[in-house]
Design a binder for this molecule. Sequence first.
Ligand SMILES: [Mg+2]
Length: 322
Amino acid sequence: MSSSHSTSRRIQARLRRRPAGDQSGDTVWLFDLDNTLHDASHAIFPAINRLMTAYVARVLGCDDATASRVRVDYWQRYGATLLGMIRHHGVDPADFLRAAHEFPELADMVRVRRGLAAHLRRLPGRKIIVTNAPQAYARAVLDIAGISHCFERVIAIEQMWVHGHLRPKPDRRMLRRLLAQSGIAPHRAVLVEDTLSHLKRYAGTGIRTAWVTGYLRTIAPSRPHVVAAPEASGSRGDAAVRSTLDAEDRQHASHAAQEHSVTLVAAESQVPPAAGATGLSPQSQPENAPRVRARVPNRPAYVDIKVQSMHQLQQRLRRTGS
Ligand SMILES: [Mg+2]
């Protein structure tokens, strides 16, 4: 048996994990936006970091260097600069997100691969955007990319409040509630994401996962202000949060080595990189630092399918007849 044939059979088996009689048309695709459908690494994320630093400097009344340190510190402690700014400075999340996503030149910053709309259209099933970015930004990016018509809804961070707390991805309760409200059985949903820590967090929830690697870079952050946060981050102390993260790391120790490079790539390392290993954290890399394509490891067990692009995803599904 050729290796390509056996690969195809394995993919087929993974994607067929659905009840008998369930048709592919019943699949509901939950698409991340940044670095999944378009390349946010080259211009947008560095700009978000700049805007966010300026916002922190305004609120704290400090210089940019201090603000940048605070931004990175909150990101490391809470998984999101925004969550730290809410907790310690009572900022209005809508105001923060609006300020961090104001791009007069957005049209020049969005990069998509040719044929994206056609590839998305050929994927059978409903399609929903689920992004930790604000609604207005997400809709603007979709319009510029020419793919707004491909999606029935945009779930943005404004729709991710659960019991009075902001619960962005990868919060499980938020996604469970979203699916329940939309009448989507978890086994029908496929989360399509570049952020490995998000996919890992949703392992065991019944949702299938597709990991998109084509836009990962070694330096540019994948989601600078909202990244993997433990579910208990809003209600427990920092020590408990760190302990939760440590426990999760131990639990997934078998994947730790291969994931290390990717968490750096995605700037979503839940634990700061060891001193001397890579120098600065990705969040504090100079904006003009060279960006090179990531060395992407093999597919972890909790990822159902790994693809570089929407084109490849659509081709794989067509090949397997799913
Ligand atoms: Mg992303």
